[in-house]
Design a protein around this ligand. Structure first.
Ligand code: NAD
Length: 282
């Protein structure tokens, strides 16, 4: 049965490396600084931003959480971002999504200086990723790439099937895999005969947000299965993949929780350190 890739353990390893790197940067007078902006009081978002703040402080970075009421206008938010763009102590800016309905999410994403866009959502950075340039990659897709790399799973020449095509996960992870010379198939909610595609996968990435969408019958013997889904079922967190039947067939599999999730914040820290180095010219 499959070897389990624990993102949680990999993340701890990488964060220790980062802690040492941040300590070296401090000796050069640079403290990477992340500012997170949260609008409103959505409990899930509040818990995400607290996790991001805690993780950045643990590696020695400076972190600042700006919490604003749900009534904040788009203009006020854009003004704030303009100030943060100019603030030399701020290397990374992240606006926690989703935003209240009266604020245009795309306008906010585009108002962040691309050189401080540690989420990698600005169209300039999305475009650079597409053309294969070095840039800030979105954290969940990038975390998946680093997981594969650290587990010594080669991507080149492999048939990768991605289930899900969101701008947040599915689309960018497929692009990063293509950049590494994989053959990429995207499946989504209108795909006909999903399992005919998924059974072809050497590497199957599932990011649909549907508990139990994929089970052992969808998987080729020896495939690598990366489960990005996070679903709450009967008050328990579960992925999109039925773990037991999939693990019986796969060569490698990621669990939920303790899989992809912890890698996401880790790559946010990575991007913030990278932003700090670039801005400070190191
Ligand atoms: P989304 O809702 O924006 O996109 C879901 C995608 O799945 C869509 O492209 C849709 O076409 C596809 N899909 C839905 N039902 C399908 C079906 N029956 N068959 C095939 N495709 C189907 O979601 P998202 O933001 O991309 O997130 C996907 C999942 O990943 C969610 O469970 C989310 O919570 C999770 N997620 C986890 C992390 C993490 O760090 N672990 C980060 C982001 C998202």
């Amino acid at each position: 049965s499959a070897e389990v890739i624990y993102g949680k353990d990999l993340a701890a390893e990488i964060r220790e490396e980062m802690r040492q790197e941040v300590a070296r940067m401090k000796q050069d007078g640079i403290i990477p600084g992340l500012t997170v902006v949260l609008i409103g009081e959505d409990p899930a978002s509040q818990s995400y931003v607290k996790g991001k703040k805690k993780a950045s402080e643990k590696v020695g970075m400076k972190s600042n959480l700006i919490e604003l009421p749900a009534s904040t206008s788009q203009e006020e938010l854009l003004d704030l971002l303009n100030d943060l763009n100019k603030d030399v102590g701020v290397h990374g800016i992240l606006v926690q999504l989703p935003l209240p309905d009266h604020i245009d999410e795309q306008a906010v994403i585009e108002a962040i200086d691309p050189s401080k866009d540690v989420d990698g959502f600005h169209p300039i950075n999305v475009g650079r990723m597409m053309t294969g340039e070095d840039t800030f990659y979105p954290c969940t897709p990038y975390g998946i790439m680093v997981m594969l790399e650290r587990a010594n799973i080669t991507v080149e020449g492999k048939h990768v099937v991605v289930v899900g095509r969101s701008n947040l996960v599915g689309k960018p992870v497929g692009q990063l895999l293509l950049n590494q010379n994989a053959t990429v198939t995207y499946c989504h909610s209108r795909t006909k005969d999903l399992s005919a595609h998924t059974r072809q996968a050497d590497i199957l990435i599932v990011a649909a947000g549907k508990a139990g969408l994929i089970d052992g019958s969808h998987i080729k013997d020896g495939a690598v299965v990366i489960d990005v889904g996070v679903n709450r079922v009967n008050d328990k967190l579960t992925g999109d993949v039925d773990f037991d039947s999939a693990a019986a067939k796969a060569s490698y599999i990621t669990p939920v929780p303790k899989g992809v999730g912890p890698m996401t914040i880790t790559m946010l820290l990575h991007n913030t350190i990278k932003a700090a180095k670039r801005i400070e010219g190191k």
